[in-house]
Design a protein around this ligand. Structure first.
Ligand code: G1P
Length: 290
């Protein structure tokens, strides 16, 4: 039996340069989509996948994220006094059980691989998930749930992928597929941000991973790669040659809210799924595109 995935590492130390100046004084993970911040969607997706422990790898200027997951006594008391019980219930839903959320800090922006490595002591010697909070899945089952289900069948390591236009490969990690069986693809390798002419395929890596703890030993000595950063993809590429590793084509869409267009699309998509907003938003969009 494959070991149950109990922990997810969520790196939240990134500078959010693609959506500046919006992220100059608020963490990009707190940008709202409809009425909830990005981080809330990613944590909810992890819980829905049966994950119990959330490990946030944070950094300077990100303490508002910790406040988001804590009680706001003044606010809660005011909502209670004003008999706004329904809003209070929504606010309280965001707070995890004490001890279910832990934080560690990445002290310098050395790359995603380094951020994940910072969580090594909290993860310990067990398989774990990684979710990047830029990307949100607007439906259930979420991508992490689909990956945990696949992991229970095949074990090893998994990375989520989707097809993108070849011209976009330089924005992402890209896999070199070998054999595909249903949703799962065995790979000959992975490469971070290849130019379109050098890309081994148009399957880009999505920010959802299930990894074995051996990744930490590889990250420990991982030399800098694309963009001068310690890349998770480079260590995963090494792990692919010694352990089972599959790319997983998940069902559904994922919105990359680290880009302006992706963030707008997420708001429209989730706005249209929201019972209160759907009709008025639909009318507004139809009117605008006439
Ligand atoms: C990171 C990963 C990349 C992946 C992407 C998904 O890149 O390094 O492999 O495709 O996330 O969002 P970043 O967006 O941090 O540059």
């Amino acid at each position: 039996m494959n070991q149950h995935i109990k922990k997810v590492v969520i790196p939240v130390a990134g500078l959010g340069t693609r959506v500046l100046p919006a992220t100059k004084s608020i963490p990009k993970e707190l940008l709202p989509v409809v009425d909830r911040p990005l981080i809330d969607y990613v944590v909810a997706e992890a819980r829905d996948a049966g994950i119990e422990q959330i490990i946030l790898v944070t950094g300077r200027g990100k303490s508002a994220i910790e406040d988001y997951f804590d009680h706001a006594f003044e606010l809660e008391a005011t909502l209670k006094a004003k008999a706004k019980g329904d809003i209070l219930a929504e606010v309280e839903k965001t707070i995890p059980r004490a001890g279910d959320l832990s934080y560690t800090r990445q002290q310098a922006p050395l790359g995603l691989g380094h951020a994940v490595w910072c969580a090594r002591a909290m993860v310990g010697d067990e398989p774990f998930a990684v979710s990047l909070p830029d990307e949100i899945v607007p439906h259930r089952p979420g991508f992490l749930r689909q990956m945990v289900d696949a992991y229970e069948e095949v074990g090893g390591n998994l990375v989520a992928v989707e097809e993108v236009p070849k011209s976009d490969t330089s924005k992402y990690g890209v896999i070199a597929p070998k054999v595909r069986k249903g949703a799962l693809i065995e790979m000959t390798g992975m490469v971070e941000k290849p130019k379109p002419e050098a890309a081994p395929s148009n399957f880009r890596i999505i920010g959802r991973y299930i990894l074995q703890p051996e990744i930490f030993r590889l990250l420990e000595t991982q030399e800098k790669g694309a963009g001068g950063e310690i890349q998770l993809t480079d260590s995963m590429n090494k792990l692919n040659s010694s352990q089972a590793f599959h790319a997983c084509v998940c069902v559904g869409v994922i919105h990359d809210c680290g880009s302006k267009l992706g963030w707008l699309q997420a708001n429209v998509d989730l706005g249209l799924k929201n019972a209160e907003l759907r009709d008025a938003l639909g009318d507004f969009i139809r009117e605008r595109i006439k």
